[in-house]
Design a protein around this ligand. Structure first.
Ligand code: NAG
Ligand code: NAG
Ligand code: NAG
Length: 198
C-alpha cells in the first residue's frame, strides 16, 4: 500500500517535472500555399508552417503553437492572451488584409498596438514576408513597397532617429551588441522590395 502511494508520488513528481516549465510559448502564424504550382497539390483552404521556423524557436528554448489564418478578432485576442509572442514567418501571400496571413497579421498587429498603447508590451517578430505584412498592417493595408534589387548584401543597421528612445528592444540591448549592429556589416540582406524613407 505504502509502496504504491510512494510510486504514485514519484510518478506525479516526474510528470510534473516533464510537463511544467517556464519556456516562452511562441505562436507562429500559418499561411496558405500561395505559389501557384503548389496550389494544384493542395487546395487553398489548407495552411502550413515551414518546419525551419518551428526548429528555430525550439532551438532558442521556446515552445511553439500554430496560429491559424482567417479567424475572428476574438480568436486572435484569445491567442495573444495565451502566448508570450508571435512570429510572422516568411513566405508568399496576397497583400490583402481581408484574408489569409495578411488578415491574421493585421488583427494581431492591432491587438498588440493596443496593448502597447496601454503601457504593456506584446512582441511580434516579422521575418521577410512577415516584416512586410507588419508594415502593411501599420498603414491599414496600403502597400508602400517598390521593387529593388538588393541581394547578398551585409550591412550595419542605420536606425531612424528616435528608434533608440522609443524601442524597448534597443533601449535594453547590451551596449556591445548595439555597437556591433550599428557599426559592423552583420545583417544579411536579400531584398526584392523596399520601402524608401520619407
Ligand atoms: C482564407 O480565406 C480566403 C478568402 O476567403 C480563402 O480563399 C482561403 O482558402 C482561406 N484559407 C484558409 C486556410 O481557410
Ligand atoms: C478544404 O476543402 C476541401 C474541398 O472543398 C474539403 O474536402 C476539406 O475538408 C477542406 N479542408 C479544410 C482544412 O477545411
Ligand atoms: C481583398 O480581398 C477582398 C475579399 O476577397 C476583395 O473583395 C477585395 O477586392 C480585395 N482587395 C484588393 C485590393 O485586392
Amino acid at each position: 500500500m505504502y509502496k504504491t502511494v510512494f510510486h504514485i508520488l514519484i510518478l506525479s513528481f516526474v510528470t510534473k517535472l516533464t510537463i511544467c516549465n517556464e519556456r516562452p510559448v511562441i505562436g507562429i502564424l500559418t499561411q496558405e500555399v500561395y505559389w501557384s504550382r503548389l496550389n494544384s497539390l493542395k487546395p487553398s483552404n489548407y495552411s502550413y508552417i515551414a518546419a525551419s521556423y518551428v526548429k528555430a524557436i525550439e532551438a532558442s528554448g521556446g515552445r511553439v503553437v500554430p496560429v491559424f489564418t482567417n479567424r475572428t478578432t476574438e480568436y486572435y485576442k484569445d491567442v495573444v492572451k495565451k502566448v508570450n509572442g508571435i512570429l510572422v514567418p516568411g513566405g508568399g501571400s496576397a497583400f490583402n488584409i481581408s484574408f489569409g496571413i495578411s488578415q491574421s497579421t493585421n488583427e494581431i498587429f492591432h491587438i498588440s498596438k493596443q496593448i502597447n498603447d496601454d503601457g504593456d508590451h506584446f512582441p511580434i517578430l516579422g521575418i521577410c514576408l512577415g516584416f512586410e505584412l507588419l508594415l502593411i498592417a501599420s498603414i491599414d493595408g496600403k502597400n508602400p513597397l517598390t521593387r529593388c534589387y538588393a541581394h547578398d548584401m551585409n550591412l550595419p543597421l542605420n536606425l531612424i532617429p528616435t528608434m533608440e528612445e522609443k524601442s524597448v528592444l534597443f533601449k535594453t540591448m547590451p551596449k556591445d551588441v548595439r555597437n556591433v549592429l550599428l557599426t559592423e556589416p552583420v545583417t544579411a540582406n536579400h531584398h526584392s522590395y523596399v520601402k524608401y524613407s520619407i
